[in-house]
Design a protein around this ligand. Structure first.
Ligand code: FAD
Ligand code: UDP
Length: 369
């Protein structure tokens, strides 16, 4: 039996805690926020599950991961199909025949492909090296200008020419009339919200959870006290930023209740112009097919924000410079045999939920089997 300390009660830490306790180990979980579940925390307000840290849609093509998460909740059949609002013009996302038809009037895949090929010519033979070039190479200059440039530059606070190409490859480009944002086989939202998943993961008698506790208040004492530490906070902070600061992007959420049944007709509307200060507007009841009071709705605007120490580090910025620095921290981490670094912050990776579970189960294999 091992005594584990898990720092952070997000999906990574909680998956590990659940698996460790299932194998008879003691786990102490400390969480600096006043609630469990990290960024997947949802809270019921007026019968609506409010995604407190931005819209979370579970999606994966890995059957094992899908079955794994389904142990903890029943999922609905929600399919993410956000729309983009560019200065009042509405376009379907991801980039598909509906988008191309609205923008260019084209009706067939061949016409759309020809239009994209024509616009891509501004790049010549160049292999895309940054997000701007990658976007133009995938869908041409018009969509880049209306649906990508403004959104991307406010989301990341950097020029699209300075951002890594992989970020835009998260989005499918399709020559079909299919508005599903994800290509994955499985997708949905847990009925009753995400917090119950983490509650169930942490329910064992062998797990002791304490919220409102910051690991850095007693770092060395914690490391000395436990056999092993699973750390899901920021890796650079763990090492007191001794090699320099990794960069993160933060967010500010503004939530309001409105006395209408249906404010925007969709769960997610992206504002893709540069001037609107927020990127997304979420209307939570649409994740659950309009469930909740007919006279009310809850809407959250998501504002991107600069990160500085003390702010919530929602997104790692995985450009070459930061990835090199992260690698140096990872080398340093190998000198800490009692500590395993995991999750979006511990591994400094733009992980989605299914990837976090996958990574946590990998650590379970290495540690516990
Ligand atoms: P976190 O959830 O960040 O958990 C880490 C926990 O550690 C936090 O609770 C933190 O408070 C705690 N902690 C940190 N430092 C300390 C410390 N020093 N002491 C104690 N506790 C500490 N993924 C999807 O699959 N689909 C989506 O639709 C999706 N949408 C997203 C939208 C937004 C706006 C964001 C930001 C992310 C989204 N994600 C989505 C990604 C998803 O949130 C992450 O993959 C997942 O939540 C990461 O889990 P984690 O445990 O690694 O990190
Ligand atoms: N993106 C965009 N326009 C959109 C939606 C996304 O340009 O309407 C770009 C933007 O650079 C964003 C990236 O695609 O950061 C990935 O989008 P995703 O929806 O996956 O972002 P996340 O939900 O992780 O914030």
């Amino acid at each position: 039996m091992t005594n584990y300390l898990v720092v952070g009660s997000g999906l990574f830490g909680s998956t590990f805690a659940y698996e460790a306790a299932k194998r008879g180990n003691h786990v102490k979980v400390i969480e600096k926020r006043d609630h469990i579940a990290g960024n997947i925390y949802t809270k019921e307000i007026d019968g609506i599950q409010v995604h407190q840290y931005g819209a979370h849609i579970f999606h994966t093509s890995n059957k094992e991961i899908w079955e794994y998460i389904n142990q903890f909740a029943e999922f609905n059949r929600y399919t993410n199909s956000p729309v983009a609002n560019y200065k009042g013009e509405i376009y379907n996302l991801p980039f598909n025949m509906n988008t191309f038809n609205k923008l260019w009037g084209v009706a067939t895949p061949a016409e759309a492909a020809a239009k994209i090929a024509e616009q891509r010519q501004v790049l010549g033979d160049k292999t895309p090296e940054n997000l701007e070039e990658q976007a133009i190479s995938l869908i041409g200059t018009d969509i880049y200008q209306k649906l990508i440039k403004g959104y991307t530059e406010k989301q990341w606070g950097q020029k699209a020419t300075e951002l890594p190409a992989f970020i835009i490859r998260r989005l499918p480009v399709r020559l079909t009339y299919d508005n599903n944002y994800f290509n994955d086989t499985y997708q949905g939202i847990p009925i009753g919200g995400y917090t119950q998943i983490i509650e169930k993961m942490l329910a064992s008698d062998l797990i002791d959870v304490e919220t409102g506790v910051d690991f850095f208040d007693k770092k060395q004492a914690y490391i000395d006290q436990y056999d092993k530490v699973i750390f899901t906070g920021m890796i650079d902070q763990f090492f007191d930023y001794q090699l320099g600061e990794l960069e993160y992007r933060s967010l500010r959420f503004e939530t309001e209740e409105m006395a209408v049944d249906n404010y925007q007709g969709n769960a997610v509307v992206n504002y893709t112009d540069a001037e609107t200060p927020y990127t997304r507007v979420i209307e939570h009841k649409h994740f659950e097919f309009g469930k909740g009071d007919k006279n009310k709705t809850i809407v959250t605007k998501e504002y991107p924000a600069n990160w500085s120490r003390g702010d919530e580090p929602y997104y790692p910025i995985n450009n070459d410079k930061n990835n090199r620095l992260y690698k140096a921290y990872r080398d340093l981490a190998s000198t800490e045999p009692k500590v395993v670094f995991g999750g979006r912050l511990g591994q400094y990776r733009y992980y989605d939920m299914h990837q976090v579970i996958h990574a946590a189960l990998q650590v379970v294999k290495d540690e516990l089997q």
